[in-house]
Ligand binder design. Structure first.
Ligand code: KIV
Ligand code: ZN
Length: 509
């Protein structure tokens, strides 16, 4: 146990700071449950004092997780620490993570505080956090540009005040692996066993994973990561890469992790679906091409002996053949239920019935139904966001002067409402019709369409990012359908429903 690396996942906090990666409460809870399944040790579920939405999401995650430690970030100020303590109150295991910047540039220009004042605030914050929670982590923000002399004073002082984990962020992703190794070794020489050292790397120079590995080599026993390397600016250490490096090159490490690597791909996919941020195709481990062999020589080698060109098996990260044909028009409920269990989902009766009905409809318009089609259906049918609006019909036609006309019907409170609009293109006309029929105007910030599987009749999956007037962040919506305009309308309505549920949550607080 002493030699195991604590995997601290901050997808829901630093990851959510990725531009455009905001998630609603239900999506955060879904991700947290999947992270628990993945086997992470600590989940930083948010920054409780930053918004009501974050506070609510942390509280809900604290209620539902069984084994994983739930943590909230807090600045080194009493009100933040109180919010973090309150939000994590219900968790079986909980942590408060408090931080203050320790580098000269941050202390002088951002905090406008002297090192002595920073030291005082850090000690008081940790002491206070310790009165509210047993497990306290302290971060020296911008540690890797801090003066070692100051760190030698502040780190022992906060350990004395009650911090059991000391996190060393390379906040601006500035350092190289050799520098990180030497830096951690120095800190380790005076911290010894008095606290666990943690590394938090940013990827501005593309070195976050390499730097985290170097830190492990010098004595760090916690690494802060995110799924798909999401995070502020260029992101954080990618969990999937770090974990697979340790697993693949285990002869070089005296440490292991508690991660169930077969849950890596499902977790990556869930986070990509929810945030709308897909890993680039050549991204290590989880990119679409990570296991694709294009050259004839490579394909020949793989066929003769897999290890000629493959150091990781796709199944090691839970990537299963997405093209496996599953069920057809004549498949019954029992076969559908078995398939769902095979794919690792557990649905209640109501969700199962909704997914089965949807599957039957799909069979009417699509000859072959694949595993990924089923996954997409389940993703849509298991949402717990109140469906204030549901789509009942969309029709689009081309008019003269490059204009398009859309007619849309939606159902609200059992009443069908219809309207139509002209637009500069099919998508524009559909979205304008929805704005008119709902009475709520949104601005489309991003639009992506991709096919769920292959074939001319493949399901279209549309992800939209929409800004609504009173929301301070863009909201993401998803829609799938064999018809791309229906998928577009569903995605936009799903963003609208998500926005309405967030507004309701905030107004009720
Ligand atoms: O990058 C950073 O310094 C952080 C801290 C708040 C831990 O995210
Ligand atoms: Zn960070």
């Amino acid at each position: 146990m002493v030699n195991d690396i604590v995997i601290f996942d901050t997808t829901l906090r630093d990851g959510e700071q990725s531009p455009g990666a905001s998630m609603n409460m239900e999506e955060k809870v879904k991700i947290a449950l999947q992270l628990e399944k993945l086997g992470v040790d600590v989940i930083e579920a948010g920054f409780a004092a930053s918004s009501k939405g974050d506070f609510e999401a942390i509280s809900r995650i604290a209620e539902v997780l069984e084994r994983t430690t739930v943590c909230s970030l807090a600045r080194a100020i009493p009100s933040d620490i109180e919010q973090a303590a309150k939000a994590t109150q219900q968790a079986k295991r909980r942590r408060i993570h408090t931080f203050i910047a320790t580098s000269p540039i941050h202390m002088q220009y951002k905090l406008k505080l002297s090192p002595d004042a920073v030291m005082k605030k850090a000690i008081e914050a940790v002491q206070y956090a310790k009165t509210l929670c047993d497990d306290v982590e302290f971060s020296c923000e911008d540690a890797l540009r801090s003066d070692m002399g100051f760190l030698r004073e502040i780190i022992p002082a906060v350990i004395e005040a009650g911090a059991s984990t000391i996190n060393l962020p390379d906040t601006v992703g500035y350092r190289l692996p050799t520098e990180i190794g030497a830096f951690v070794a120095q800190v380790h020489s005076f911290v010894k066993d008095s606290a666990m050292l943690s590394m938090h790397c940013h990827n501005d120079l593309g070195l976050a994973v390499a730097n985290s590995i170097a830190a492990i080599g010098s004595g760090v026993r916690q690494v802060e990561c995110t799924i798909n390397g999401l995070g502020e600016r260029a992101g954080n250490t990618a969990l999937e890469e770090l974990v697979m490096i340790i697993k693949t090159r285990k002869e070089l490490f005296s440490v292991d992790t508690h991660i169930n690597t077969k849950e890596i791909y499902p977790t990556s996919k869930l986070v990509a679906d929810i945030t709308g941020i897909c890993p680039q195709p050549n991204k290590a481990i989880v990119g679409k091409n990570a296991f694709a062999h294009e050259s004839g020589i490579h394909q020949d080698g793989i066929l003769k002996h897999r290890e000629t060109y493959e150091i990781i098996k796709p199944s090691d990260i839970g990537m299963v053949e997405s093209t496996s044909l599953v069920l057809g028009k004549h498949s019954g409920r029992a076969a559908f239920k078995d398939k769902i269990a095979d794919l690792g989902f557990s649905l209640n009766d109501e969700e199962l019935q909704a997914a089965f009905t949807r599957f039957k409809h799909l069979c009417d318009s699509k000859k072959e139904v694949f595993d990924d089609d089923i996954r997409a259906i389940i993703g849509e049918e298991t949402t717990h966001i109140p469906q204030v609006f549901t789509l009942s019909l969309v029709q689009v036609s081309a008019c003269s002067n490059a204009k398009y006309c859309a007619a849309v019907s939606v159902v609200r409170d059992g009443i069908e409402l219809s309207d139509s609009a002209l637009g500069n293109g099919a998508v524009d006309s559909v979205l304008k019709s929805i704005d008119r029929v709902s009475g709520i105007a949104g601005t489309l910030k991003d639009y992506k369409v991709e096919s769920v599987t292959s074939g001319k009749d493949a399901l279209a999956k549309v992800v939209v990012k929409v800004e609504f007037a009173q929301a301070n962040r863009a909201v993401i919506g998803h829609g799938i359908d064999v018809d791309t305009m229906s998928a577009t309308a569903k995605a936009y309505i799903s963003a609208l429903n998500s926005y309405l549920s967030m507004r309701e949550l905030i107004n009720n607080k």
